[in-house]
Ligand binder design. Sequence first.
Ligand code: MG
Length: 286
Amino acid sequence: MNVLFGSSLPKAYEAKKGAWTVMWGSHGKWGSLLLGVLVGQSQGAELVKSKDGSGVVGYKDTPVMPWCGFHVHDPDRPLPPTVTPAKEAFEGAQAPSDAIVLFDGKDLDQWERSSWKLVDGAMEATAGDLASKEAFGSCQLHLEFRVPDPPVGRQMNRGNSGVFFMSLYELQIFDSYTEKIYPDGQCAAVYGETPPSANACRKPGKWQTYDVVFEAPVFEKVELRTPAYITVIHNGILVQHHTEIHGPCAYRTIAPYKTHAEKMPLSLQAHGNPVQFRNIWIRGLD
Ligand code: MG
């Protein structure tokens, strides 16, 4: 689940395209053109390149995040250094005795009904996010994923998926081996908030691992008492270390916390890419 259009550019394009289409069908040619320009201006969403010539694109017409001083999806935010992971680091980690195995390659029984496919022992994203039947709060998660090879989708949507803790807080999945996207949208970012401290991506088509400790936010009546925190090891490399999550992850905006249940489903994002998953297990920490 995403606020607004989701965690990549194409959905915004599609929304804009949709507005054009509607207008084109209900107005004359020139009236549609004028309205289209006005809508385009009001929506902003102007992609710009970073000042350093690195080729990163992002936005400067988005809110400034008070905790870091950068715009949401700022192309001028420093890219984290690339670190090459060890071969097969953390791959195939077996579930401990108290873990709930969410996917072992055999079936999708732990997940709500969806159109996601079982392909050669992996779950493959199709349309619509995939939500676990069971709800979780704070947890330890092991998950393996791979982005398509060759890359599928338009440049800014390559390998896009994500792990949504409590169906609200996204640990981004993206083909950051191939593509440069704004740092708070690259692989292992807390989407729209905090880039990873290293780019630990493997090549598309290679299995990758996430080992995560997620600490759920705590609410007192309608007030936030403690924010969520996340620690992420990507392919054996620590890339988020007790990173504060500043609210539900959103596209081009800052979304404030809103009181929610202590436990909510884990969900995996479908974003137009056949990203695959395997070996998913979770330990509740409540
Ligand atoms: Mg995503």
